[in-house]
Design a protein around this ligand. Structure first.
Ligand code: NAP
Length: 260
């Protein structure tokens, strides 16, 4: 059986890297997209190979239309088809600003990278899916969007981030509805607090909230790891949820449940 292939945005570091490694363990070939950190991308590729997979690295800013086109054409050129798109690349605000002071520059940056990029990349990949023959499981492709607990958790010092992630959550449903009859399922994964470069600046704050406080913000009292998210994407990539689309999975240590 020929190997399946995935395009994972922002796969050089953090959660995206964890996803790429788990996909490699499932036998996927992975297009490892990165924005600027070539060294990290090469490391990720080496780890993918060590995990039994293969792939290549591809630079590209998901906020830039020409780069998105190149990501897809290069992935198809390498692999012949795309079986899975993971919209993982994302950034937080450079400065956390109170809702009443939050500026347009940060809003525009987050909107472009975290929502506009995934939307138009999904549109492009969806059109690629429609040209493909269904695989052995009847799928022309799959899309996974990495959102956040911020989809439903109000953080008034990074409202822009919360709003674009909520938009990405809706995007999951839109693409799921549009593509279901074409052999494409679409999923959302909502990570909780995961130890990556993105959260390294708030380590002390979250150590306290998760581990040291008498009753942690998560019932599972540890930070999430990139592989926790990777395992969830892998389950989707291995078609463990063929009758599920437009749905979200919480990978958050139980953060989302109401507790009394
Ligand atoms: P991270 O460690 O900062 O890694 C970000 C990744 O995205 C890097 O590979 C980076 O590439 C890439 N990237 C950044 N801007 C890009 C752009 N414009 N185009 C293409 N790639 C770009 O972040 P992370 O914590 O792994 O977060 C990954 C995703 O999970 C994000 O969508 C984030 O919102 C979401 N998330 C994270 C957490 C958490 O607690 N960490 C929780 C919930 C959701 P370079 O290496 O080249 O810079």
């Amino acid at each position: 059986m020929s190997k399946k292939s995935a395009l994972v945005t922002g796969a050089s570091r953090g959660i995206g890297r964890g996803i790429a490694i788990e996909l490699a363990k499932a036998g996927y070939r992975v297009a490892i997209n990165y924005a600027g950190n070539l060294e990290a991308a090469n490391e990720a590729l080496a780890l993918v190979r060590a995990a039994g997979g293969d792939g290549f690295i591809v630079q590209g800013d998901v906020a830039v239309a020409a780069d998105r086109i190149r990501l897809v054409t290069e992935t198809v050129a390498h692999f012949g088809r795309i079986d899975l798109l993971v919209n993982n690349a994302g950034v937080g605000p450079k400065v956390r600003a109170d809702l009443l002071d939050a500026g347009e520059e940060s809003f525009d940056r987050l909107f472009a990278i975290n929502l506009k990029g995934p939307f138009f990349l999904s549109q492009q990949v969806a059109k690629q899916f429609l040209t493909q023959e269904p695989d052995a499981n009847g799928f022309r492709g799959r899309i996974v969007n990495i959102t956040s607990i911020s989809v439903y958790t109000a953080s008034i010092n990074r409202g822009d981030y919360c709003m674009v992630k909520a938009g990405l959550s809706m995007m999951t449903k839109l693409f799921a509805d549009r593509l279901a009859t074409h052999g494409v399922n679409v999923y959302e994964i909502r990570p909780g607090v995961i130890a990556t470069d993105l959260t390294s600046g708030v380590k002390e704050k979250y150590d306290k909230l998760i581990i040291h406080d008498e009753r942690g913000i998560t019932p599972i009292r540890r930070w999430g790891r990139p592989e926790d998210v990777g395992l969830a994407v892998r389950a989707i990539a291995e078609d463990r949820f063929p009758f599920t689309t437009g749905a979200s999975f919480d990978v958050d240590g139980g953060f989302g449940m109401h507790r009394l």
